[in-house]
Ligand binder design. Structure first.
Ligand SMILES: Cc1ncc(COP(=O)(O)O)c(C=O)c1O
Length: 489
């Protein structure tokens, strides 16, 4: 196992009190216990793990020693260090190995450590419900609740009222839609997962923006898809590229976040959208237009949806109210030509028979108030985006970023170094950040980090102050030449 892979499994190992070597030993034992490192696996050298974690070699040596003494590890001079096959601890750990099914996901590992006291969490973009909205919006009036629970049916396509409400939402956005074109899902990621299951076989190629939304990457990885990258420029995936890439990779599906791309904030212009819609029509290739972040509009009007350029094309318009209202709703949807919706619904009914009806009924209420919700979210997030930009410019002037017109993130280019290493230093300064590599199937973008700007003012100030302290430490460590392969300015 290489050092960077191990770092992903270790997640937030350095959080909490106690000496660093002790926490590292606990973190490594935890990896074996959850099955992320198998008995017999070789661990990275002390030097390479120290570099990946941005700590001293002595700390790694002490952690490995502790684990050797307690029977987790064995070492032989010249052969390295590996996890023991025979110890009692490892045998017990093997029993819980199934918990490692998705241990490779950097995000899953970080989420386990979320909510740690005192940590500023700049990792995920999950907004709280808006204080400005009446809490009743997230509840059902008693009579509606009573009527709904009399309903004895399953709805694999979605609650009829919810399908209608989502169809009206698209029609108002300039994409005429009937309720029969909507499938309600358990969030947008579930919608992406259903499309993946319907259109991709193990080994099939799928084109995905690089960098891109890590949730979709995880879904595609689990499905065994071959992820082929599409570059992202300030205008999104460059025009004229897609046709060749589809042909060259024999792609069976395309996944795009054309508006306020996650993580770069890029917006694909109208001409590029038209091109995508035409290609989908002409080649019959399913294209997912993921609009979850497109709802967070901070400047100017949002562009038209890709499907609006070719209503009959196999475009799967996927979204939810996770960013606008609250991710805890776990309701999303797909909009597509009716035959595609039919097939997706058949597939989904083999999984779960439909999304919870009570939450769908709440989403109907929220959609009826969507203009008010949009306004409040904009009034909340625009000043936060501008404040974070100002704070970054003041205390981290050498970091480069653009101001996104919407969405939730800054995509920040570090002047030098490796953002995976920097994320380790930041964690020890009390800030959780995602390195750019977490947003790439090929682990590209080691020179970037993604920073959400949705925290409150105090948290943004504390977080940026800690990032600045972490950056000073990382820079000076680089300048002392501890990491030979890092050239810091
Ligand atoms: C681009 C994008 N799509 C989908 C999702 C997941 O949406 P949901 O919570 O509805 O599953 C996210 C959440 O971060 C996202 O950024």
């Amino acid at each position: 196992m290489d050092a960077q892979e191990l770092v992903i499994h270790l997640g937030g190992w350095s959080l909490g009190g106690g000496p660093l070597h002790r926490k590292l030993a606990d973190g490594l034992a935890g990896c074996v216990r959850k099955g992320a490192i198998h008995p017999g696996a070789r661990l990275p050298s002390e030097r390479s793990l120290a570099q990946a974690l941005s700590i001293s070699r002595t700390t790694v040596v002490a952690a490995y020693n502790t684990l050797r003494e307690s029977g987790w590890l064995e070492s032989r001079t010249g052969s390295g260090t590996w996890v023991c096959e025979g110890s009692r601890e490892v045998a017990a750990a093997r029993d819980s190995a199934h918990a490692a099914a998705l241990a490779g996901s950097p995000v899953l590992n970080l989420m386990v450590h979320r909510g740690h006291e005192g940590i500023v969490d700049f990792s995920l973009g999950s907004p709280m419900p808006l204080r400005e909205l009446p809490p009743e919006l997230f509840m059902l009036p008693p009579e509606e609740h009573a009527a709904l629970i009399q309903d004895r049916l399953h709805y694999p396509f979605g609650l009829p009222g919810a399908r209608q409400a989502v169809a009206s939402y698209y029609s108002k956005a300039g994409l005429p839609t009937g309720a029969e074109q909507i499938l309600v899902t358990n969030g947008a990621l579930h919608a992406i997962s259903l499309c993946t299951a319907l259109y991709l076989q193990r080994g099939d190629s799928v084109l995905v923006e690089d960098p891109g939304f890590f949730g979709a990457l995880d879904t595609l990885r689990v499905a065994g898809a071959r992820i082929s990258p599409l570059p992202v420029e300030p205008d999104g995936v460059p025009r004229g590229l897609l046709r060749n890439r589809i042909i060259a990779t024999a792609a069976r599906m395309v996944y795009l976040t054309p508006t306020f791309q996650n993580p770069t904030g890029a917006v694909m212009p109208a001409a590029a959208r038209l091109e995508v819609a035409r290609l989908a029509s002409e080649l019959g290739i399913p294209v997912i237009d993921d609009g979850v972040l497109a709802e967070i509009v901070l400047d100017g009007p949002p562009p038209k949806l890709i499907a609006a350029y070719a209503p009959k094309a196999p475009v799967l318009t996927v979204s939810s109210l996770s960013k606008l209202a609250w991710p805890g709703l776990r309701v999303g949807w797909v909009r597509a030509p009716e035959p595609m919706i039919e097939r997706l619904a058949r597939l989904r009914s083999a999984q779960d028979l439909g999304s919870p009806l009570l939450t769908q009924a709440i989403v109907v209420r929220l959609l009826a108030e969507i203009d008010r919700i949009r306004l409040h979210r904009r009034q909340q997030l625009k000043p936060r985006r501008d404040l974070m930009a100002e704070l970054l410019r003041e205390s981290l002037g050498e970091w480069e970023f653009r101001i996104p017109a919407g969405g939730l993130f800054f995509w920040v280019k570090l002047p030098a170094g490796d953002s995976r290493e920097f994320a380790q230093v930041a964690l020890r300064h009390g800030v959780l950040v995602l390195p750019g590599t977490a947003m790439s199937a090929a682990e590209n973008h080691a020179g970037f980090i993604r920073l959400p700007f949705l925290a409150d003012e105090e948290t943004l100030c504390t977080g940026v102050r800690r990032l600045a302290a972490a950056w000073r430490e990382y820079r000076s460590a680089g300048a002392r030449g501890r990491r030979a392969n890092v050239s810091l300015v």
